[in-house]
Design a protein around this ligand. Structure first.
Ligand SMILES: Cc1cc2nc3c(=O)[nH]c(=O)nc-3n(C[C@H](O)[C@H](O)[C@H](O)COP(=O)(O)O)c2cc1C
Length: 399
């Protein structure tokens, strides 16, 4: 199968799996501990069904969505995914380009291999910067300065990883920076020669350029990665959030919020938006799925800040379900990462196009031509008997 023949994110994942050595593929696919969170993310989406409204004019459909003063072509963007350069050299640039071409936001990870300055050359108007705050506050301050100078308007602070999560599959595989593969895994890697050649041709593991300026000049990839591990994760508190709010003039988004009370506090501290996220099942294994907790957070904060969500989105219909439950915007991590790993820019673009087409088709099939008009009355959940007829309060379970 070629990337142009991929019909679903599942197809794209299979292509990525074929191209990458097993251990590297699992670096994307894996979760933590027993990986319950990972499965829960997709299962919880599957608990919702869409109740179609028929005999409605749906020949023109519109999924464009405004957020922070920008009108995006679709209601979803690309979540930050660190160390993407291991999956494909310069993957961050390809993801940024695919997002710019599709007019959706790309969130550059603070653990990127490509520098802020190189990513900024693509399209800063579509790029947000995700920060993993450093233990040395001066480094975090400098990240903010660089992101601002680069022209990024939105800062996303990730808060769900204050201590290193227990990524057992990665630990068993030796998938870390720099990777340490067992002989059998090295042998397995030889079945994926295009990736191996590409990796070696560029000198092995790429340098984390974003962090390189803070280490010894001329430090190699392994040394920069080791330095990164001495700085991140770092414990942050509400007081730190206050400092970031004061220091960052643009939009401030907090990623990884799960409790309604934390969401309310974000609103009180002047945060512009939150991403409900369990890090795609890569942080706390017992965390709820984002889609499961979204209605409670919506009920708590209403429209006081932009409500975004990621974790487990694999279909356009997942994005529609999230909107019906009150999300203003949705992000995907693995979907586009598999795309770029499988086929570079074309793969990332294909993943975005598939999601866009699926949103469009589903809007037509459920009789809601405008994404903005979606609401709870289009939803039916596992435990329910039927949805509410028009005008009758919806019976989506109050969660
Ligand atoms: C390989 C990988 C690397 C990630 N790196 C980061 C990161 O650097 N910063 C961050 O905030 N989240 C990171 N995440 C989490 C994603 O931003 C996002 O929350 C998650 O992938 C969403 O779930 P999904 O993959 O099911 O779409 C990473 C996820 C993956 C799979």
């Amino acid at each position: 199968m070629k990337i142009g023949d991929a019909l679903s994110i599942g197809d794209i994942e299979r292509l990525a799996k074929r191209r990458l050595p097993r251990v590297v593929y699992e670096g994307i696919a894996s979760g933590v501990e027993d990986e319950h969170g990972l499965t829960r993310n997709e299962e919880e989406f599957r608990r919702y069904r869409l109740l179609p409204r028929h005999l409605v004019g749906v020949s023109q459909r519109d999924q464009s969505t405004s957020l922070f003063g920008h009108t995006y072509a679709s209601p979803f963007g690309i979540s930050p995914t660190g160390v993407a350069g291991v999956f494909r050299r310069d993957a961050e640039l390809m993801l940024a380009q695919a997002a710019a071409d599709a007019n959706v936001p790309f969130v550059m990870s603070g653990a990127s291999m490509v520098s802020i300055e190189r990513v900024a050359r693509i399209n800063p108007a579509n790029t947000w910067f995700q920060l993993y705050a450093a233990r040395d506050a001066k480094i975090s301050d400098d990240f903010l300065r660089r992101a601002r100078d680069a022209g990024f308007g939105t800062l996303m602070l990730t808060v769900d990883n204050p201590v290193p999560p227990k990524r057992e599959r990665d630990m068993r595989n030796g998938f870390r920076l720099p990777p340490k593969l067992a002989p059998l895994d090295l042998l397995e890697a030889l079945r994926h020669l295009p990736w191996v050649f590409d990796y070696l041709r560029h000198g092995g593991m790429p340098v984390m350029e974003t962090w390189a300026p803070y280490t010894t000049p001329g430090a190699n990839a392994a040394e920069v990665a080791r330095f990164f591990r001495t700085q991140s994760p770092s414990v942050q508190t509400w007081r730190d959030l206050d400092s970031f709010r004061r220091a960052w003039p643009g939009k401030l988004v907090i990623k990884g919020i799960m409790r309604p009370s934390d969401a309310m506090r974000c609103a009180e501290q002047g945060v512009d938006g939150i991403v409900i996220s369990n890090h795609g099942g890569k942080a706390l294994d017992r965390a709820p799925a984002s889609i499961e907790i979204l209605p409670r957070i919506k009920a708590a904060v209403g429209g006081r800040l932009a409500l975004m969500l990621d974790s487990g989105v694999r279909r356009g219909s997942d994005i529609i379900v999230a909107r019906c439950l009150g999300a203003d915007f949705v992000f995907v991590g693995r979907a586009t990462l598999y795309g770029v790993a499988a086929a570079g820019l074309a793969g990332a673009a294909r993943a975005l196009a598939i999601l866009r087409e699926e949103v469009d088709t589903n809007l037509g099939l459920i009789g809601c031509p405008r994404f903005d008009d979606l609401g709870r009355d289009f939803l039916l959940r596992d435990s329910e008997e039927s949805a509410a007829p028009d005008g009758v309060p919806t019976i989506v379970e109050a969660i």
